[in-house]
Structure formats: structure tokens, C-alpha cells
Write a protein that binds this ligand. Structure first.
Ligand SMILES: [Zn+2]
Length: 135
């Protein structure tokens, strides 16, 4: 069972990392039920194994700390590029550093009682076939 979940393509949270340890699946599966169906059809039938019950499957899914819906704000072009090897380690490390600095600044403002408002200006919809040409 673990090997099935481990084989699924996941995206780790980027902007949400401080708040969540959840790992999000690519939005290929909109519901747990559709993931279960994929498990039955793709995994079990091809290996001629009897599938687990849907309840056991859901339990295992939750135990793995997986999530179905990938928050829109989690998409980051630079991180995605680094993942597929299209961004140098230097640029990535600089990017990570800037991100950390921004987070510290935001926390500082918050702690000073300022109202902090952040907006993600670009919604990138992630699909297994990315439309990001640079990938
Ligand atoms: Zn990033």
C-alpha cells in the first residue's frame, strides 16, 4: 500500500511550508474516490491483486498525510524549474534565501501589529503536462 502512495507524483508545499506538512498530489485526481478508482484499475488489476477496501484505502491516504487539492498559491516557477534541472543551484539558493527573508519581514510586520496583505498575482494551474515553456 505504501509503495502505491509513494509512487504517486506529489508537489511539496512551497509557500505553505511553514503551515503544512501535507504533500499534495498533482490535480489529476479531484476526489479520493477517483484516486481509489485509479488504484483499483491501474495498480491492482495490472498486478492481479485484490484491492483494499475503500475505507482502508482512505485511512492509509490520511496516514500518509497526503492532500488532494493543491493550493493555487503553492506554485512557484523557480522551484519548479529547479526540480526539473532547469535552474542552477546558485539561483535556487538565492531564491530560497529571498523567500526566507521575505517571510521574516512579514512576520516582523505582523508582530508589530501592522496589517499585512499579500496577493498572488499569477495563478498557475499545475498539470502533469506543464504549460511552462521553460520546463
Ligand atoms: Zn520558489
Amino acid at each position: 500500500m505504501d509503495s502505491f502512495f509513494d509512487s504517486l507524483p506529489i508537489m511539496e508545499s512551497h509557500y505553505c511550508r511553514a503551515k503544512t506538512q501535507k504533500k499534495y498530489l498533482l490535480p489529476e485526481w479531484k476526489t479520493k474516490q477517483s484516486l481509489y478508482k485509479f488504484y483499483q484499475d491501474d495498480r491492482c488489476k495490472s498486478r492481479d491483486v485484490r484491492p483494499l477496501s475503500i475505507a482502508t484505502f482512505y485511512e492509509a491516504f490520511d496516514a500518509k498525510n497526503l492532500g488532494l487539492y493543491f493550493p493555487r498559491k503553492d506554485q512557484c516557477k523557480k522551484c519548479s524549474l529547479f526540480k526539473v534541472g532547469n535552474l542552477s543551484a546558485e539561483e535556487y539558493s538565492e531564491h530560497q534565501q529571498k523567500k526566507e527573508e521575505a517571510r521574516i519581514e512579514k512576520d516582523k510586520d505582523k508582530n508589530e501589529g501592522k496589517i499585512v496583505f499579500t496577493v498572488d498575482m499569477q495563478a498557475v494551474v499545475m498539470t502533469p503536462k506543464s504549460k511552462l515553456s521553460s520546463l
